[in-house]
Design a protein. Structure first.
Length: 273
């Protein structure tokens, strides 16, 4: 498991194989200060190779996911281009780790997710939103371009034309539209959102985390590689998992007509029943 660490701007806990990262500077609307970025960099690297984890939840505190970059910090003093360049390379270094974690990542968004906060959420595999969620690529309002990986993630979710509209206009995307566009998977009330995120994480923990992780890594490359390269990655991965204990146990249960641990349809029926 990830080692204990004293975080200044986030809270972090692991319970029953589920890690929960909570952005926790509500007085600053959970803006991505340099201190918060450093905390996120540390926690993401801590969990990167934690084989005991089955899922990760990222959320915000007190009805706010993340207001984006720290504008007060950006306004202080003269800008040093070289320092800004280093700062962004540091950010993108841990963001790439987050994007490619071989663990399912769930973003639970209550209230605003603006600018870099929206981009941070887009790194998740699944986004659940509350009815009050407001997602906004706010950068054009302040004469900047989208950052924190949004150029990679958003067009792959909504398509190029819709990504241009969202990025050019800086208009908010509310919960219903976010779901219609495929950004959000589910809409919940603010009260039920944490439980819904937890329930999804618990389900995903029942699957083969290693196989899901390999599937995620291949999918993340699927827009960048040709069919031959993807088939090569598929073959290499499948040959590993055909010999895995999880696969052998699942096949044994199937042949013995026993319920398998990971059956999404059955879990749906049990939840509704």
């Amino acid at each position: 498991m990830a080692a204990a660490h004293e975080y200044q701007t986030i809270t972090f806990e692991i319970k029953d194989r589920i890690a929960t990262i909570t952005l926790n500077q509500p007085k600053r609307k959970n803006a991505l200060s340099q201190e918060m970025r450093d905390d996120l960099a540390h926690v993401v690297r801590d969990i990167q190779f934690d084989s005991g984890l089955g899922a990760v939840i990222i959320t915000g505190s007190e009805g706010v996911f993340c207001a984006g970059g720290d504008l007060k910090l950006l306004s202080e003093g003269e800008r040093d281009t070289a320092q800004d360049r280093t700062r962004f390379y540091r950010l993108h270094d841990w963001f790439q780790v987050l994007l490619n974690l071989e663990i399912p990542v769930i973003a639970a968004i209550d209230g605003p997710a603006y600018g870099a906060g929206f981009s941070l959420a887009l790194a998740a595999d699944f986004i659940l939103v509350s009815e009050t969620a407001r997602l906004c690529c706010v950068f054009p309002r302040i004469g900047l371009i989208p950052d924190v990986g949004a150029f990679f993630t958003l067009p792959r979710i909504v398509g190029l034309q819709k990504a241009k509209e969202i990025m050019f206009t800086g208009r908010p995307v509310l919960a219903d539209e976010a779901k219609a566009l495929g950004i959000a998977m589910e809409i919940h009330s603010s009260e039920t959102l944490p439980g819904a995120a937890r329930a999804l994480a618990e389900r995903l923990c029942l699957g083969s985390t290693a196989a899901i992780g390999a599937t995620k890594r291949i999918l993340n490359q699927s827009f960048n590689l040709d069919a031959h390269a993807l088939v090569e990655m598929e073959g290499a991965a499948q040959s590993v998992f055909l010999s895995s204990a999880y696969h052998k146990d699942a096949i044994s249960k199937f042949l013995d007509k026993q319920p398998m641990a990971f059956d999404w349809e059955r879990m749906d029926r049990e939840t509704k029943g």
